[in-house]
Design a protein around this ligand. Structure first.
Ligand code: SF4
Length: 351
């Protein structure tokens, strides 16, 4: 069994902080993109037996109903779905009309890019949806039997405060959501917000906001199980655990990456190239040592940590960043705060 990631790189409008591979959907030949995608999937793994599928982007639901229907059919016709345990699609609030929800054949889980419910902040970060859209979308999804809904929440956004986050959480309480991914705003070079750094919380405020969300989600029964992810029991993302458990998966689409036969690969991020049938542009077969480094590096993202009987971690333990128990290591609370630095210790050649 395997896992499948499919990238749909189109969005209705471009958020001011985003540096993913994505293109404004207007004037794009989405049908031609779906042709290339289908060809890529057929060539690589027609008939594969996925345990998890994740369609991300971009915004898959920015496509029109016809295109969305075709995408669902591509999945249905090219994979054996008899062992499918989880099928997630990303959506932007506002896109999920009753018509589109009814098309989400085989989908079991929807990831809604909420970020915040605060209308002023949404405008500042270039997102088009409203709080009302989220409630309506969830209602529409439930009407077609999809009640496994995860949302993204962000902190460190322009003019955001503990007070606005408190309000976000009050709205969250009314929505029966079982999984939340929490991210701080990262100012990526070249994005609008990188060039217009205004009204941003300072480092201390941002830290407090992150801690506040963490505490409040835990109070509400959502347990942190990975650096950025919180879930009620049995609602952990099976697909994302594939990444953190260093298991293999196919990646399809412009800008996708995959890990098959111990080889990591990246597809082109150039849409025109992809439409011409050029897919993989980088491949790297991992050495046994790299596989082991990545297993630890990725496994440490999980709260439960990772099996690691052999590696010497005394220094990190002494600094209170790593906890070792029964041959496993995991990040301490402080370790989570400094996760990138701690994890880089396990990659050869990094300082
Ligand atoms: S909707 Fe998502 S992928 Fe598209 S621009 Fe916004 S953050 Fe980026």
């Amino acid at each position: 069994m395997t896992s499948i990631y499919i990238h749909i790189p189109f969005c209705k409008s471009l958020c001011r902080y985003c540096d993913f591979t994505k293109f404004a959907i207007h004037h794009q030949n989405v049908d031609a993109y779906l042709d290339s995608l289908e060809k890529e999937i057929r060539g690589a793994c027609k008939g594969a037996l996925p345990r998890t599928i994740y369609i991300g982007g971009g915004t898959p639901t920015a496509m029109n109903a016809e295109q969305l229907k075709r995408l669902m059919n591509i999945v249905d016709e090219n994979f054996d779905l008899s062992k499918l345990e989880e099928f997630t699609i990303e959506a932007n609030p506002g896109d999920l009309t009753p018509e589109k929800c009814a098309l989400l054949k085989n989908v079991t889980r929807v990831s809604l890019g909420v970020q915040t419910f605060d209308q002023d902040i949404l405008i500042k970060i270039g997102r088009l949806h409203s709080q009302k859209d989220v409630g309506e979308n969830i209602k529409n999804l439930k009407a077609v039997g999809i009640d496994n809904i995860t949302i993204d929440l962000m902190y460190g956004l322009p003019t955001q405060t503990i007070k606005t986050i408190q309000k976000d959480l009050e709205i969250f309480d009314k929505l029966e959501i079982n999984h939340v991914s929490v991210y701080s705003l990262i100012l990526e070079e070249g994005t609008y917000l990188f060039n217009h750094k205004q009204d941003l919380p300072d480092e201390d405020e941002e830290y407090e906001q992150g801690k506040f969300i963490e505490r409040e989600l835990e109070k509400r029964g959502l347990k942190r199980y990975e650096i950025s992810n919180f879930a009620r029991i049995n609602y952990e993302s099976k697909h994302n655990l594939v990444y953190w458990n260093n298991e293999e998966y196919y990646g399809f689409g412009c800008g996708a990456s995959g890990y098959i036969n111990k080889t990591r690969y990246e597809n082109t991020t150039d849409l025109q190239q992809y439409l011409q049938g050029i897919t993989k542009i980088n491949e790297h077969k991992l050495t046994p040592q790299e596989i082991e480094e990545e297993r630890i590096f990725l496994g440490l993202r999980k709260v439960e940590g990772v099996n690691c009987p052999d590696q010497d971690t005394t220094d990190l333990e002494k600094k209170g960043l790593i906890i070792r128990e029964n041959g496993r290591i995991r990040l301490s609370e402080r370790g989570f705060e400094l996760a990138n630095e701690v994890m880089s210790e396990f990659i050869q050649g990094e300082d």
